[in-house]
Design a protein around this ligand. Structure first.
Ligand SMILES: Cc1cc2nc3c(=O)[nH]c(=O)nc-3n(C[C@H](O)[C@H](O)[C@H](O)COP(=O)(O)OP(=O)(O)OC[C@H]3O[C@@H](n4cnc5c(N)ncnc54)[C@H](O)[C@@H]3O)c2cc1C
Length: 408
């Protein structure tokens, strides 16, 4: 990969940069606003969308501008450089939108996609459940079709990021328990204001409350809101999961913090440490810095694939695995060097307090595929190692539930 901008990329970067600098006040900084106010966050995304900087790679008919992944990457880099807060509808753009685009009806695409890009509607992803996370296909939320053709949904989701802010969600349900678990699933778009949907925020150790439990009690979903065929929900969900892994681990943007930000901030404090701790901290900083640059360049490699029109395969899992590890190492190091100051010191790019960042990053090792599950994927699908045993292969979901219940 060539790390220098081509003349076209340089022209695009300068257009983006000058727009962002002109609108910097209106767009806010991470320090002043962390998407706490939904309306402020929506307005920020609308400003960027109206300038043509959101959904750049999406087709024009879906509300995008039919641009290249490199153009989008340049926008992301420039937003990060100026410390502008992340878009409020990232899950909508990164996961729900691509799923609607690939599997929705023309009517759904027309109604949802452009509004999603502009944050006129905010979206969430309703997949995980108390008994179904890594083993997502074991989910139990049940959708039953009534005589009128509509569906009635009962069950519970958990860890739903942004459900408390959302207008719509993509909802994976079980419609047939009498076939093997991956085959009896169906995906829907659900209006989060439908009677019977209850959203309860969960408090995290980092202090935030971005996740929720979501309960469905006899929630009616019209059949026109189905995404894909009945029983084909697993295939539809794979579109979401692949888009998620790409948007979390690819593209050469840093997870949470850039190595330069840490290096600069930590370096300022090194001299205050006792000499023996200084030596160790310098060594750790060097190691973590190099690893972080390595994962950034791994991201660029994926970006190169995308810009050649290729789709990154299971190796996207390696990018997410590596960038999560290095971000955690950098934040741990910063907190150890800063000591008690980490409770009040803000990261240089203003993305938050060091201690909050350190407490929040372990979540990245779980979201979008845990580290262990990603290692399984790399082992089986990249390295060709033998697959792990799957006890529920070939049995229906109902049978595997019954076997679960009779376990000693
Ligand atoms: C920051 C964050 C945001 C999230 N946002 C959303 C969201 O918006 N929507 C949504 O639906 N969900 C969301 N989730 C939930 C997330 O998808 C699940 O937490 C994740 O899939 C893991 O599932 P689990 O928590 O049930 O853990 P489990 O699957 O129960 O795993 C428990 C432990 O067992 C290990 N393990 C499980 N299976 C295997 C295996 N086969 N081999 C080896 N080890 C294994 C795991 O690695 C883990 O250490 C989010 C989670 C986080 C942390």
């Amino acid at each position: 990969m060539d790390f220098d901008d081509t003349p076209q990329e340089a022209a695009w970067r300068s257009e983006v940069r000058s727009f962002l600098e002109r609108h910097r006040e209106e767009l806010g900084s991470r320090r002043s606003d962390r998407n706490a106010d939904r309306e402020v966050a929506r307005a920020r995304q609308a400003t960027l969308y109206d300038a043509g900087f959101v959904g750049v790679t999406w087709p024009v008919e879906a509300g995008g501008r039919g641009g290249t992944p490199m153009q989008q990457a340049i926008i992301d880099q420039e937003l990060a450089r100026l410390g502008i807060p992340p878009l409020v509808n990232l899950i909508g753009i990164g996961m729900c939108g691509p799923t609607v685009m690939a599997h929705g009806s023309d009517d759904q695409k027309q109604r949802y996609l452009r509004r999603l890009l502009r944050a006129d509607d905010i979206w969430c992803q309703l997949f995980s459940e108390p008994a179904a996370g890594s083993d997502l296909a074991a989910l139990r939320t049940r959708a039953v079709r009534g005589a009128d053709g509509d569906w009635r949904v009962n069950g519970q989701k958990v860890w739903t990021t942004g459900a408390h802010l959302s207008d719509y969600g993509i909802l994976l349900t079980r419609t047939d328990p009498d076939v093997p678990k991956h085959r009896g699933l169906t995906m829907f778009v659900v209006d989060m204001k439908t009677p019977g949907v209850t959203v309860r925020p969960l408090r995290q150790m980092s202090g935030g409350a971005e996740f929720n439990e979501v309960f469905f009690d006899d929630v009616v979903i019209p059949d026109a809101e189905r995404l894909g065929d009945v029983g084909d929900g697993w295939r539809v969900a794979l579109t979401t999961l692949m888009s998620e892994r790409l948007s979390l681990g690819g593209g050469g943007t840093d997870i949470g913090i850039g190595p330069e930000a840490v290096a600069r901030h930590v370096a300022d404090h090194l001299d205050a440490l006792p000499p023996d701790r200084q030596v160790l901290a310098r060594q750790e900083l060097g190691r973590a810095y190099v690893a972080a640059l390595g994962s950034r360049y791994t991201g660029y490699r994926q970006l190169s694939k995308l810009s050649r029109g290729e789709f990154p395969g299971p190796e996207a899992s390696a990018g997410k695995l590596a960038s999560t590890r290095t971000a955690r190492d950098l934040a741990d190091l910063a907190v150890r060097v800063l000591g008690a100051d980490a409770r009040v010191a803000t990261t240089r790019d203003g993305s938050g307090l060091w201690q909050e960042l350190q407490a929040g990053l372990p979540g990245m090792a779980i979201a979008g595929g845990t580290d262990q599950v990603l290692r399984n994927i790399i082992g089986e699908r990249v390295l060709g190692l033998p697959a792990e045993p799957r006890a529920d292969k070939g049995v229906t979901f109902r049978e595997s539930l019954a076997a679960e219940r009779t376990k000693p």
